[in-house]
Ligand binder design. Structure first.
Ligand code: ZN
Length: 160
């Protein structure tokens, strides 16, 4: 049963309220996460609590329990001179920037001769989400996984 310190492997399809598929594991390996360690968004994690392998559910997650509400303060105009010459910034590009909380994914939303407008909101911020989930496997985490705070092996990551 899914509880704190369980390793959980799930197949999922993520859709928005308009029914657009945003992400899905269906074509690949199930995704693994360590339950109770904020590996995944809280609104999904709480709805998986107590479930078992083989269970299927649809978890509806409000933006606030997902990737957060949009914050207009995270949209900023940055002088073009702050960017390298290559690649030429254009709307839709995403890159990692150093913010007060560490590396953060930002999206270019506009470019003028002087400025590049960047948006530090998560691309899914402000969106209510729906996860169609099938629980594939539930097992106890190893001591090493607990120490690292994430899943190793199938569905998780490989330290090589
Ligand atoms: Zn590790």
């Amino acid at each position: 049963m899914v509880a704190k310190d369980s390793v959980v492997l799930i197949h999922y399809t993520l859709t928005n309220t308009g029914g657009d598929v945003l992400d899905s594991s269906a074509e690949g390996e199930p995704m693994g996460y360590l339950h109770g360690h904020s590996n995944i968004i809280s609104g999904l994690e709480t709805q998986l609590e107590g479930k078992s392998a083989g269970d299927k559910l649809v978890a509806n997650v409000k933006a606030a329990d997902g990737y957060g509400e949009r914050d207009d303060a995270l949209v900023q105009d940055v002088p073009r001179s702050a960017f390298p010459a290559e690649p030429v910034p254009e709307a839709g590009m995403q890159f990692q920037a150093q913010g007060p909380d560490g590396a953060q994914l930002v999206t270019v939303t506009g470019v003028t001769d002087e400025n590049v407008t960047v948006d530090g909101n998560h691309p899914l911020a402000g969106q209510d989400l729906s996860f169609d989930v099938e629980i594939v496997e539930v097992r106890a985490a190893s001591e090493e996984e607990l120490a690292h705070g994430h899943v190793h092996g199938a569905g998780g990551h490989d330290h090589g």
